[in-house]
Design a protein around this ligand. Structure first.
Ligand SMILES: [Cu+2]
Length: 151
C-alpha cells in the first residue's frame, strides 16, 4: 500500500468513527423512554394500562400527545385521582396530554399517570411484548416495546 493511500484509509476510518460518535450524541437529545411495561391482567379483563418513565433531555419543552397500539381498541392518557373517602378513580389527563418540560420528566406508574388501554385485543400475559407508538409534539413518533409483567 502506498503511503498516501494508507493515510487516506486512516483518515476515512477516523471520519467514520467521529460520525458514529456524533450520531450517538444526537440520540441522547430529546426524549428517552425508560422501562415501558404493562401489568398482567386476565384475558377477560377489558382494560389494561402501560407505564414508563419519560425524560426530556432536550432544551425545548415537549408534550406527549398520545399513544397507539394494535393491542388496544382505544388508548388514552389517564391519571388516578382521589375521589374522596380514600376511593381512587381514574380519568383522562387534563387536555389529554402529558407535559414534558425541557430537562424534566414524567413518571407513568401504578396509582398515577398511565397509558390506558381500552378494549384489549390481546392477552396481557407475563412476558408478552406489545409494540407502542408514542406521539410527541416535537419529537414526533417513537416506537417502544412494553413488556407485560406482574409489577
Ligand atoms: Cu385509566
Amino acid at each position: 500500500m502506498k503511503k498516501a493511500t494508507f493515510l487516506l484509509t486512516i483518515f476515512l476510518l477516523l471520519a467514520v468513527g467521529f460520525t458514529a460518535v456524533a450520531c450517538t450524541g444526537g440520540a441522547d437529545e430529546g426524549i428517552t423512554v425508560t422501562d415501558p411495561w404493562g401489568r398482567t391482567s386476565p384475558a377477560a379483563a377489558e382494560n389494561g394500562a402501560f407505564y414508563m418513565m419519560l425524560t426530556n433531555n432536550g432544551s425545548e419543552d415537549d408534550t406527549l400527545l398520545g399513544a397507539s397500539t394494535d393491542a388496544c381498541g382505544m388508548v388514552e392518557l389517564h391519571e388516578m385521582y382521589d375521589k374522596g373517602d380514600g376511593v381512587m378513580g381514574m380519568r383522562p389527563v387534563e387536555g389529554g396530554t402529558i407535559a414534558l418540560p425541557a430537562g424534566g420528566s414524567a413518571e407513568l406508574k401504578p396509582g398515577g399517570l398511565h397509558v390506558m388501554c381500552m378494549m384489549k385485543q390481546v392477552d396481557f400475559a407475563a412476558g408478552t411484548e406489545i409494540p407502542l407508538t408514542l406521539t410527541f409534539e416535537n419529537a414526533g413518533e417513537m416506537e417502544v416495546t412494553a413488556v407485560i409483567r406482574d409489577n
